[in-house]
Design a protein around this ligand. Structure first.
Ligand code: ACO
Length: 271
């Protein structure tokens, strides 16, 4: 099954939605048109029964070269503050949507990833990069601060000195360094990237989907909470999950204790 929405394409295979930035000639720079198409694609994919994991990747040599300097900045600024705010809403809103997406999400960073690209990078639950990819907060190189959440992403994912160096110098780093620094989970040669991402997606596909959504939200939510607030949130989040999936955890216990068909320490129960 395949579908094209102009600057964004996607197809679905074996439970995985492969969603692509699709402006390879412009290094997948995020234009307002692309931002709107991404939101539309996310809408279409989110609650489909045949999608268990969403992978976000890029066509051609880029993951995304960040915001489109011409179409996102120059042309929208020409429409005044209203134009700028509209363009911001259209990009920030699909990144936010992705941060809280119903299905687990994986960034498969095949190439260039700059500036505004850190928004969707952080929005994805997991991230795998090609060794050949290049990451950079290039904003400083053309005269702005890393906005659109990019500074926040650097501070969330990197130690202070690295966040500061990365933001102030605008020096790009490769996939291996991005993995060492914690921007992505792993980096591996481009030719091995898709197989590894597929392997990880398959692991996620075996899990209870209600528990996965509760877990990924919990990891994002508890960071700024006190221990007591987090403890309380997690109790309530599990109890809310129970109302969607009353039997899942009971079945997980049953298959281990009664049936002895699997070991939770080593893998998932049969959902
Ligand atoms: N905005 C608009 N157009 C872009 C962007 C961008 N962010 N990135 C690439 N393009 C366009 C180029 O203008 C060029 O268009 P043209 O063919 O009409 O001349 C085309 O994409 C190809 O770009 P090249 O520079 O020729 O590609 P190359 O592979 O040599 O270099 C690279 C790739 C390093 C990504 C380079 O294009 C680049 O530095 N892009 C800008 C990266 C950047 O700083 N992005 C903004 C981050 S800040 C933010 O997002 C808020």
């Amino acid at each position: 099954m395949a579908n094209d929405i102009d600057t964004v394409t996607w197809d679905i295979a074996d439970g995985i939605a492969w969603l692509r930035f699709n402006r390879p000639d412009k290094r997948n720079a995020m234009s307002p048109t692309l931002n709107r198409a991404m939101m539309e694609a996310l809408d279409q994919l989110e609650f489909r029964d045949d999608v268990g994991v969403l992978v976000l990747t890029g066509a051609g040599s880029a993951w995304t070269a960040g915001m489109d300097l011409k179409e996102y900045f120059r042309e929208t600024e020409a429409d005044g503050l209203a134009g700028t705010r509209k363009a911001q809403r259209e990009s920030y809103s699909w990144w936010r949507r992705l941060r809280w997406y119903q299905k687990p999400t994986i960034a498969m960073v095949n190439g260039w990833c700059f500036g505004g690209g850190y928004g969707p990078l952080f929005a994805c639950d997991l991230a795998f990069a090609a060794d050949e990819a290049k990451f950079g907060l290039s904003e400083i190189n053309w005269g702005i601060l890393p906005g659109g959440g990019a500074t926040k992403v650097a501070v969330e994912l990197l130690p202070f000195r690295k966040a500061m160096y990365h933001s102030m110098t605008g020096e790009p780093i490769d996939g291996k360094t991005a993995a060492d620094w914690g921007l992505v989970n792993e980096s591996l040669p481009l030719k091995e990237l898709k197989d590894r991402v597929t392997q990880v997606a398959r692991v996620l596909l075996e899990k209870n989907p209600v528990a996965l959504k509760a877990t990924k939200d919990a990891v994002r939510r508890v960071g700024p909470m006190s221990y007591d607030d987090a403890e309380d949130y997690l109790v309530r989040a599990q109890e809310a999950a129970n109302s969607y999936d009353a039997e899942g955890r009971k079945e997980g216990i049953r298959q281990f204790i009664d049936e002895k068909s699997y070991k939770p320490g080593l893998g998932a129960y049969d959902t």
